[in-house]
Design a protein around this ligand. Structure first.
Ligand SMILES: *Cc1c(COP(=O)(O)O)cnc(C)c1O
Ligand SMILES: [Zn+2]
Length: 400
């Protein structure tokens, strides 16, 4: 499974960069995207050959950036289940509603995909220290993969980020700083401090390889549907890496001839307390504006301004998709509904996607005969305090 990487390209100014050296943002400030020689990929692999490969994201090795397999740092991530939600499908008259469940991946969120590929590539390029701002889940994932790679991790997170991710990061030996503020404040502090330390800045989209890890969700969805694309893929959008990655994967599969002309309509789901992409989409804008005083229980999507916003919006416009904001109240309702009907205890970000899809179905944006994929980006057990229940104590006489 030899990588067919050829280099890095800037989607904004089209400058090229060498993948054999450590890279960050383009000179123009844009994130960089990885390019592959698709003709060479096509000679080495095809859907038929893929069938026999191990069920991890590394099965798409030709389309991943790591050159030497000995640099791969893996905890077995990828190839998560794509399962039908039969009761919700029937109740809301969906054609088919499927859930791609990233809750079962190492560290309990899909951030493991970005971390596995990002850390592996950093190791290959000789990095010894990585640093990042995070709302929690990315920090935890990078901390464990960095530990496995023997790389030091320095992590800044808001003090009210989920406590469990803080503990995971510290347990994995990362240096964790808590910040009284948002992820954007963490990012500013890091940008100021990084030159003095010489750490490699692995902030969302500032290093080019985590997209490559996350794009594998797109390959898997299509492979799991027998190389058919669904009509809609809906994704909880914070920094937007997942949706950018899925779009990139779809374009690559088109280039390889593995899928046809039709692309799924991509839907970016946000919380109404932090909806910069939704506001930009409504204005048909190419970029988003900073969303002030953002607040939502869905921590992973509390990103007031994403560096890759223009790429997210392009993916929505190019696929005929849309952007939807849902209230925290709807997120909680959908979370409880998924657990009690389908036995799926998802994260609030995943629940937000169900809330959005119900609305899109009610408005008939999503038709009755269409197949939609709900991306659940993490496990509900990573958010032990999101749902508050009235507890039912056993009576003192011990009879119930
Ligand atoms: C980070 C995160 C998101 C948002 O992911 P992006 O790809 O950055 O948009 C969604 N859900 C969870 C659980 C997350 O941790
Ligand atoms: Zn550029």
């Amino acid at each position: 499974m030899k990588s067919s990487i050829t280099g890095l390209i800037c989607p904004k100014c089209h400058a090229h960069y060498d993948h054999r050296e450590l890279q960050g943002l383009c000179r123009c400030g844009s994130p960089l995207l990885v390019e592959y020689d698709l003709i060479s990929v096509g000679k080495k692999v095809n859907p038929d050959k893929l069938r026999h490969r191990p069920a991890t994201l590394w099965r798409y090795g030709e389309l991943l950036p790591v050159l030497d397999e000995s640099n791969i740092v893996s905890l077995g991530e990828g190839f998560t289940p794509l399962t039908l939600l039969p009761k919700i499908t029937a109740k809301y008259d969906f054609g088919n509603l499927l859930m791609k469940d990233e809750g079962v991946i190492p560290t309990g969120t899909f951030k493991a995909r970005g971390a596995a590929v990002g850390v592996s590539k950093a190791k290959e390029l000789g990095v010894t220290h990585v640093a990042m701002p995070t709302n929690g889940n990315a920090g935890a994932a990078w901390a464990v993969y960095a530990a496995r790679a023997g790389i030091s991790a320095h992590i800044l997170m808001p003090e009210d980020a989920p406590r469990i991710t803080r503990n995971e990061s510290i347990a994995a030996g990362a240096e964790v700083y808590l910040v009284q503020g948002l992820i954007s404040d963490c990012g500013k502090i890091l940008a100021r401090s990084i030159p003095a330390h010489g750490w490699y800045d692995v902030s969302t989209l500032k290093e080019p390889y985590r997209i490559e890890g996350k794009k594998t969700m797109g390959y898997e969805i299509v492979e799991q549907l027998g190389w058919q694309v669904p009509d809609v893929i809906a994704y909880p959008t914070g920094g937007g890496v997942g949706i950018i990655g899925i779009y990139k994967a779809l374009k690559e599969m088109q280039g390889l001839g593995w899928i046809g002309e039709k692309l799924p309509r991509l839907v970016a789901v946000q919380a109404s307390g932090c909806a910069p992409i939704v506001e930009a989409y409504r204005k048909k804008a190419k970029e988003s504006e900073f969303f002030p005083n953002s607040k939502t229980i869905a921590f992973g999507i509390n990103v007031p301004k994403a560096l890759g916003d223009f790429l997210v919006l392009e993916a929505l416009y190019e696929t005929g998709g849309c952007a939807v904001a849902v209230e925290d109240r709807e997120i909680l309702e959908s979370l409880a509904e998924l657990a009690s009907t389908e036995g799926a205890f998802v994260c609030p970000e995943g629940a937000a996607v169900l809330a959005a899809l119900k609305r899109l179905r009610a408005e008939n944006w999503l038709k009755a005969d269409e197949t939609a994929v709900l991306l659940n980006t993490g496990a509900g057990i990573k958010y032990p305090d999101t749902l508050q229940f009235k507890l039912n104590y056993c009576p003192v006489d011990g009879t119930i």
